[in-house]
Ligand binder design. Structure first.
Ligand code: HEM
Length: 256
């Protein structure tokens, strides 16, 4: 059954949800989180961090660290190649809009109409990806240093350690913020968020979903295809900065 997008009063009906993250994206995110936990623990143990002295079998620890570090890129790459929706999320994370610029200023924040991700999330995603690639490259030099020599090995170790430390702090911040925003957390666990939250916190993304659903409604018999909830990036229209292309998603949403 097709979802009723708005109640008669013009606001999302109570209990109405929108799809935020498809299964492929959620699986990759949680594999990534688990891999990061293993890497952080095994890395700390190799470093001899307090609280890890009881960990024996250093060779096993080193191998787990190495292979988990290499393997974590496989699901990331697979989702990127196989899932158009995952690629759409990546594209949205990489695209900055004029409203994102306004968001950084406290005085202008309430006026900023955000797309699917806020600028903090976009900065976090870019930093996280850059840090993971840096860790992969420096880790490979540390492991297979033969062709590089001792200077490279020393330099790579320095960069690897500091990058890991800063990434650890950033991830800790990411987790704290996630637990302070239960609706966003629900998006990454169950896949859907409350429509009222989406409209309030991510109005441009919400409006895109409403616009796409209205196009579907005029071209498709109700229930013929597509998800019952809106916001699945496979079905929604343009990018976050749709207004830059002369489309006003807000106006489209208001017409409904
Ligand atoms: C217990 C651990 C974690 C929790 C609870 C968590 C929670 C979340 C949530 C709720 C979102 C979706 C935010 C939205 O609605 O847009 C998200 C997105 C994301 N997560 Fe995590 N996460 C965890 C671990 C990690 C780790 C270890 C990494 C990477 C090393 C990571 C990287 C990302 C990235 C790049 C995004 C997309 C951009 C963003 O929202 O910042 N997460 N996470």
């Amino acid at each position: 059954m097709a979802t009723k997008l708005r109640s008669d009063s013009g606001v999302p009906a109570p209990g109405e949800t929108v799809v935020r993250f498809v299964v492929a994206v959620r699986i990759v995110h949680w594999i990534n989180a688990a891999a990061f936990a293993v890497l952080a623990f095994t890395g700390a143990a190799m470093y001899g961090a307090p609280g890890t002295r009881w960990v024996g079998h250093r060779d096993v620890v080193r191998n787990v660290h190495l292979w988990v570090g290499l393997a974590m890129f496989v699901p990331l790459a697979a989702a990127f190649v196989a899932s158009p929706t995952a690629r759409d999320d990546v594209r949205r994370l990489a695209r900055w809009t004029r409203d994102d610029g306004r968001w950084w200023f406290r005085s202008q924040r309430t006026a900023a109409r955000l797309g699917k991700f806020n600028p903090g999330q976009k900065a976090n995603a870019s930093f996280t990806l850059a840090a993971l690639i840096t860790l992969l490259g420096t880790g490979a030099i540390m492991k297979w240093y033969g062709p590089f020599g001792d200077d490279w090995r020393t330099g790579a170790t320095f960069v690897h350690d500091w990058t890991a430390l800063v990434l650890g702090l950033v991830v800790a911040g990411h987790i704290l913020i996630a637990f302070r925003e239960p609706e966003a957390l629900r998006g990454m666990t169950r896949g859907t968020v409350d429509a009222a939250w989406a409209e309030r916190e991510r109005p441009r993304w919400y409006a895109e979903g409403v616009a796409a659903a209205s196009v579907e409604a005029t071209t498709t018999p109700i229930g013929a295809h597509g998800p019952d909830t809106i916001g699945d990036s496979d079905t929604i229209g343009g990018p976050d900065d749709a207004d830059d292309r002369g489309i006003d998603p807000a106006a489209v949403a208001e017409r409904r």
